[in-house]
Write a protein that binds this ligand. Structure first.
Ligand code: FE2
Length: 318
């Protein structure tokens, strides 16, 4: 760790610590655990979702989200690099990749062999805008809504070029289709609803079951308006990130916030979403990283998810 980086991390943790001192020494101990251990205690969540036509072979999808990558996040980079060995049939990246001007090559290197697999992606606000310091305790008070700079200052377009050169498909307000293991998968995506950039209407319309066996909606922030619209159109599965799983959670109880209008019970993992008598599976990733200004996690380890899609009629797990 460079001296500058170490000093920065020290300042950030100190400022968070001052906040937690208000709740006593137990808070300081928890901070040390959250900032020094859990933030790098990566895990691979595994879920099984019964969505495929009868007789179809299982399809393995790796969902990665919220890398918030900096050049200094070496443990995060090493763990991501190891995910290539999973050799998934498809990678879905739900945005918030960047937290530093020089992170594009780091993200591409860390994804490594995953870029050799088919992939789709959408962007999050933290692909466009650099992280800003704010009191991390405010995160617990409700969705963050700050005035954003009009100019997108992070090199998200360079990252998009890297993704596209690898053959990954940008789903921002776009429909796309891939055939994987003889299953015709249709995708629709939106830009980030957290900064009101979502325009689902651009891709809306009932799923055409003559052309699509499996419909997957992809979005960064799981705001209910996006989930409702995708569900009503007949999507089978919706994939999102953004929540960080609540990031600072209460053991056993779970998340206190989702940083959007989704209820806290669905802050991470596999659940379902219903609207207008239709129901879709929903998978929300707790994410791999955190903002460099809030480098803590508690009762909510960083994660990626391997979703195994199986035939309808089998049991869901996860
Ligand atoms: Fe994020």
């Amino acid at each position: 760790m460079s001296a500058n980086r170490g000093a920065h991390r020290h300042r950030v943790l100190t400022s968070i610590g001052k906040g937690l001192l208000g709740v006593g020494a137990a808070g300081a101990g928890s901070l040390a655990y959250a900032g020094l251990y859990e933030v790098n205690a990566f895990r691979l969540r595994r879920v099984t979702v019964p969505l495929l036509p009868e007789g179809a072979r299982p399809i393995r999808i790796l969902h990665v989200s919220d890398l918030h990558m900096t050049p200094y996040a070496r443990a995060r980079q090493r763990w991501l690099s190891g995910l290539g060995a999973l050799e998934p049939d498809l990678v879905i990246n739900t945005g918030d990749n960047l937290a530093h001007q020089e992170s594009v090559p780091v993200v591409l290197d860390s994804l490594g062999h995953l870029l050799d697999r088919p992939g789709v992606y959408v962007w999050g606000a933290n692909d466009y805008y650099p992280p800003k310091f704010r009191n991390p305790l405010r995160y617990l008070l409700g969705p963050s809504r700050s005035k954003r700079l009009p100019e997108r200052m992070l090199p998200w377009q360079d990252l998009g070029r890297g993704f596209k050169e690898a053959g990954w498909i940008d789903l921002t307000h776009t429909r796309a289709a891939l055939e994987i293991k003889d299953v015709r998968i249709g995708f629709r995506g939106t830009d980030d609803a957290h900064i009101d950039q979502d325009r689902y209407a651009d891709v809306a319309g009932p799923i055409d079951r003559d052309e699509i066996d499996l419909a997957i909606g992809v979005t960064h922030a799981p705001y209910r308006r996006v989930l409702d619209a995708m569900t009503i159109d007949g999507h089978d599965l919706i994939i999102a990130g953004h929540t960080h799983g609540g990031q600072v959670c209460v053991p056993i109880y779970g998340a206190l916030v989702t940083n959007c209008d989704l209820d806290t019970r669905r802050a991470k993992g596999l659940s379902q979403h219903s609207a207008d008598s239709r129901t879709a599976w929903l998978h929300v990733s707790a994410g791999v990283g955190t903002s460099p200004y809030a480098p803590i996690r508690f009762a909510c380890p960083p994660e990626a998810t391997l979703l195994t899609l199986t035939s309808r009629g089998e049991n869901a797990m996860g």
